[in-house]
Ligand binder design. Structure first.
Ligand SMILES: O=C(O)CCC(=O)C(=O)O
Ligand SMILES: [Fe+2]
Length: 346
């Protein structure tokens, strides 16, 4: 098969079954799945019928084109319109944005509870492969050494050696992904409670983020003059590029899955988790906690805060790390829903 067909098929595959292809890179390797083989077969049959079909269709083409563009109501035009064969980056022009938003709204993620208390949820296909690539494109020029946000301000620390980049929330794709996250958290967030600016994080070999929590020990004051206190009530960490070895996200204190470790362990008996979620290992070699392999498009969601109002405190059990990347490159995205916890002068 020519590489052109390979690309076209991969592209068709991305457009019509983009959620299922989230874990592969069809654009680079043209790996086969039943779905893109089907697309390739269709391309071949379209090609061989082309000359005859053209001759027969030519006399009809002009009136049909006029009829379809001028007379049919616009609702039907949607169904008549041809999908472009090549899925291109979606952030540059209004037409591309439209394509992206359409795909964005039609998301098909599924979720699996990993732990109830603390609440940790694994989300399959939170973004499509195309969305992941477009999000990276949207931020990659702005990568800078990562810092941490401490009570005393922003700090560069040896425990966090990645690069970070903010994402522009005015971009329709970013806005749509935030909307998707907001829908996911449901009543946890009031409509007036915002998300932090989404953040890309990139790791090259041996880069890592040591154990930390995403919440602040003390609530932060909003910088809008309102005096409202906020904290990161929950976190989404979305894997956007998984072109690496190691680099798992590790939660040493999420231990519910260790309870039946002696009897084989729930992790090993759940086939759907194979290759995604596995038991973590402590420095002394003992099994502890749970770790998540970077898989493009998939995400981990967890709750950071316990309690309400000013009494809400961070839950230390969701301490986690980005383990060092072995070879290659890992890119992820942080989404942090912010909840308000009273006012400074309350
Ligand atoms: O890289 C990871 O796996 C986790 C990153 C993380 O926890 C963070 O950026 O806060
Ligand atoms: Fe984190």
């Amino acid at each position: 098969m020519s590489s052109m067909h390979c690309r076209q098929a991969a592209s068709l595959h991305r457009q019509y079954v983009h959620q299922e292809s989230a874990t592969t890179d069809p654009g680079n390797s043209c790996k086969f799945s039943p779905a893109n083989e089907y697309a390739i077969a269709n391309l071949h049959s379209q090609k061989s019928m082309m000359p005859k079909a053209l001759l027969l269709a030519l006399p009809l083409a002009i009136p049909v084109a006029l009829f379809s563009t001028q007379i049919l109501p616009s609702l039907f035009q949607t169904y008549l319109s041809q999908q472009p064969l090549v899925a291109e980056p979606t952030i540059a022009t209004p037409e591309k944005e439209e394509w992206s938003l359409e795909a964005c709204e039609a998301h098909k993620y599924t979720s699996e509870i990993v732990s109830l208390d603390p609440l940790v949820i694994y989300i399959n296909n939170f973004t499509s492969f195309q969305e992941a690539e477009d999000l990276i494109k949207a931020g990659e020029e702005d990568f800078e050494s990562s810092f941490i946000s401490a009570a005393t301000g922003l700090k560069y620390v040896t425990g966090r050696t990645s690069q970070s980049a903010p994402l522009d929330t005015d971009l329709p794709l970013v806005d749509c992904i935030l909307h998707r996250a907001r829908t996911f958290v449901g009543s946890m967030l009031q409509p007036y409670e915002p998300f932090s600016i989404p953040q890309l994080v990139r790791y090259f070999p041996s880069q890592k983020y040591d154990l930390h929590t995403d919440f602040w020990p003390q609530h932060q004051v909003m910088n809008d003059g309102s005096g409202r206190l906020f904290n990161r009530v929950a976190s989404f960490f979305v894997f956007l590029r998984d072109n690496c070895t190691n680099g798992e996200t590790y939660f040493p204190s999420v231990s519910v899955l260790d309870d039946d470790a002696d009897a084989g362990g729930r992790l090993s008996s759940l086939d759907s988790w194979a290759g995604k979620i596995s038991r973590g290992v402590r420095k002394d070699g003992k099994a502890q906690g749970v770790k998540f392999k970077p898989i493009t498009g998939n995400a981990i969601f967890w709750v950071n805060m316990k309690g309400e109002g000013k009494d809400a405190v961070g839950d230390r059990r969701v301490v986690h790390a980005g383990l060092p990347v072995g070879e290659g490159e890992k890119i992820g995205m942080n989404l942090w829903p912010r909840k308000f916890y009273g006012r400074e002068d309350d």
